[in-house]
Design a protein around this ligand. Structure first.
Ligand SMILES: C[S@@+](CC[C@H](N)C(=O)[O-])C[C@H]1O[C@@H](n2cnc3c(N)ncnc32)[C@H](O)[C@@H]1O
Length: 280
């Protein structure tokens, strides 16, 4: 029996389900061919939108689905740009069912670390083993809690703090409190050699307009109850004060650029922040 992740791990199952749906589109923004395997292995445990989703969730569903698809593609491009710039060490914080190690074209010598909770990585490894697939880089799964001892686990797994790193914090900051998010970014900063890059989401905008609506809708309500807000829009300023040069872009603008426009009257679902380490 394959134990399926619970609690906050269920958010990764929902994300995999949405990515699996994207694969079927002729105009897909990525080909996440492993997502259907994760969804199949989780079976009934995948938190699906209810059958009358069209009617009940309407525009909120559309915004969230488009957001997750666009987010995936945006961060795909950011990581590949980092690789193209010569970075050969990648860390996916809260990797969940991210399949980038398997589906992106990494330069030779790339070492990629996936940090997530032990239950998530146990489930993931079982599915990957069944699929018989091989990563396109040197991949290390690092079971750890990002609010606890993850730095030691990452170092034990072979992470090299003296090399520039491409960090990704996708789908995690919003599930942390402000203190936890700041501690995570402080640790990331400490481990980042000059030239490192960091990409993350900022929850500004989610807070007011969407969380309240989402709370009343299963399964979004279950996830909204887990949101703690993270830095609530303050991450670019925080990064600027801690030796990073960052910029942010809202998901609606990115969606338009990727030809998945979100109607302007709908709220911005989130912001993507990218930064480069300027100081040692
Ligand atoms: C919304 S999913 C995002 C997964 C992946 N980054 C993606 O975008 O598909 C959130 C992930 O955060 C992980 N997570 C939440 N809290 C965590 C913590 N304290 N330590 C490690 N991982 C955590 C969950 O296990 C889950 O895989």
């Amino acid at each position: 029996m394959n134990e399926v992740p619970r609690g906050v791990g269920r958010t990764a199952l929902a994300t995999a389900w949405i990515r699996a749906g994207e694969n079927d589109r002729p105009d897909r923004l990525f080909d996440d061919w492993l997502a259907p395997a994760f969804v199949a292995a989780a079976g009934d445990a995948v938190p699906l939108l209810p059958p009358d989703a069209e009617h009940r969730l309407g525009e909120l569903t559309e915004v969230m689905t488009t957001y997750l698809i666009v987010r995936t593609r945006f961060f795909d491009d950011e990581l590949l740009a980092a690789a193209q710039a010569g970075i050969r060490q990648v860390v996916l914080l809260a990797a969940g069912l991210d399949s980038r190690a398997f589906r992106l074209s990494w330069p030779a010598g790339t070492r990629l670390f996936e940090v997530d909770r032990p239950d998530m990585l146990t489930f993931k490894e079982r599915v990957l083993t069944s699929a018989g697939t091989r990563p396109r880089c040197e991949r290390h799964a690092v079971p750890a809690d990002l609010t606890e001892d993850w730095v030691d686990r990452l170092l034990d797994a072979g992470f090299r703090p003296d090399e520039p790193t491409a960090w990704l914090a996708e789908g995690i900051i919003v599930y942390l409190s402000a203190e936890e998010a700041e501690r995570l970014l402080t640790d990331v900063t400490r481990l980042s050699a000059p030239g490192s890059r960091l990409a993350l989401e900022d929850s500004k905008g989610l807070a007011d307009e969407m969380i309240e609506q989402a709370r009343h809708i299963p399964p979004l309500g279950e996830f909204a109850d887990l949101w703690k807000g993270g830095l609530e829009g303050a991450s670019p300023a925080w990064l600027g004060d801690h030796g990073w040069r960052g910029r942010e872009i809202d998901s609606t603008t990115v969606a338009t650029g990727l030809h998945r426009p979100i109607p302007e009257r709908l709220p911005v679902a989130g912001y993507f922040v990218t930064a480069q380490r300027t100081a040692g």
